[in-house]
Design a protein around this ligand. Structure first.
Ligand SMILES: CCc1nc(N)nc(N)c1-c1ccc2c(c1)N(CCCOC)[C@H](c1ccccc1)CC2
Length: 338
């Protein structure tokens, strides 16, 4: 609950270092849902009781049942949202949503169809967008904006810790209203957001080892808690992968596990700082019966202009660099995660 020092923590679950989600409630009495707190989008949706039985991804998750909530208010407006990995359709409803112990009356979407791929792999039920109102579908005021207007937060910021090791507990933490010094060391370095009302910044270069290979003339980087990996323009990522000797197969880039220790750091130049990822940060080492598989947590993704071209720095970046999202000063702060 908001432990009246103006901050509200929510513990997160870490599923295989690729999915991070925490619990919220909707309705009275409370119906519990696991959601990804997603800076890459700005809407809240959960699966609906009225989703079609053929929508497997919907059926295998917790579903909101309006008929069991005495605080439900009907809306019915259509809703659809697209992510880099999957899309969702449904309709709008309104009810009391509780995040980190803070209640808000919130317009959200009841999802009636989720694209099977890849939502069948989702360990979470829904998504709580932590993006700016500018990117909210149907012009809905996002949850964090509703919480800010209650003036219960010490600071108009929220912070994200993603653990790097699934056995670590908790798997992560979202703090509304501040940061949690238990999960970072040193000071924060800040980067102003671009003036676009998105959690994106100007990146000044991407280096492999000591050599700046991409984005030397400047490019856009989205700091996206809803993405598992790091994505960049497909052409750049394929050159990057060639440089580290990774090969593309049907499930992404792989390297020979014997070479992992020798792999160079990949460094992102944001604000006045260099943010390096070592092979520990960007290789997902999975032990299988038939042998170990070493996946590279980079993906090529071409986002068409005007939004793109851009790089998306996702969970594996945030796991290394504790991130503060500052709505008061429209800036993003990074500190070394513990
Ligand atoms: C959180 C919503 C969202 N927001 C933004 N900005 N970007 C994207 N890509 C997503 C998104 C949509 C769908 C899914 C997803 C992510 N997943 C990743 C969780 C990341 O948790 C941090 C899982 C997954 C499993 C297998 C392969 C691909 C993806 C389930 C499916």
């Amino acid at each position: 609950a908001d432990n009246n020092n103006g901050t509200a923590p929510t513990p997160l679950t870490n599923y295989l270092d690729t999915q991070y989600f925490g619990e919220i409630s909707i309705g009275s009495p409370a119906q519990m849902f696991n959601v990804v707190f997603d800076t890459g989008s700005a809407n809240l949706w959960v699966p609906s009781q009225s989703c079609s039985p053929f929508s497997t991804a919907c059926f295998t998750h917790n579903r909101y049942d309006a008929s069991h909530s005495r605080t439900y208010v009907e809306n019915g407006t259509g809703f659809s949202i697209r992510y880099a990995s999957g899309n969702v359709r449904g309709f709008l409803s309104e009810d009391v949503v509780v995040v980190g112990g803070i209640p808000v009356v919130q317009v959200f979407a009841e999802a009636t169809s989720l694209s099977a791929m890849p939502f069948i792999f989702a360990k979470f039920d829904g998504v709580l967008g932590m993006g700016y109102p500018d990117v909210a579908i149907d012009g809905i005021t996002p949850v964090f904006d509703r919480i800010m207007s209650q003036h219960v937060l010490k600071e108009e910021v929220f912070s994200v810790y993603y653990s790097r090791d699934p056995k670590h507990s908790p798997g992560g933490e979202l703090v509304l209203g501040g940061t949690d010094p238990n999960y970072y060391t040193g000071n924060f370095n800040y980067v102003k957001t671009k003036d676009t009302g998105k959690w994106e910044v100007i990146m000044k270069g991407v280096s492999v080892g000591t050599h700046t290979m991409f984005c030397a003339e400047g490019c856009t980087a989205v700091i996206d808690t809803g993405s598992s990996y790091i994505t960049g323009p497909a052409s750049s990522v394929s050159v990057l992968m060639e440089t580290i000797g990774a090969e593309l197969d049907e499930s992404g880039y792989k390297v020979n596990c014997d070479t992992v220790k020798l792999l160079p750091s990949v460094t992102f130049h944001l604000g006045g700082q260099e943010y390096s990822l070592t092979h520990e940060d960007y290789i997902l080492w999975q032990s299988h019966i038939e042998g170990d598989v070493c996946s590279v947590t980079f993906r090529g993704l071409d986002v068409p202009p005007p939004t793109g071209p851009l790089w998306i720095l996702g969970a594996n970046f945030i796991a290394r660099y504790y991130t503060e999202f500052d709505r008061k000063h429209n800036r993003i702060g990074f500190a070394t995660a513990v």
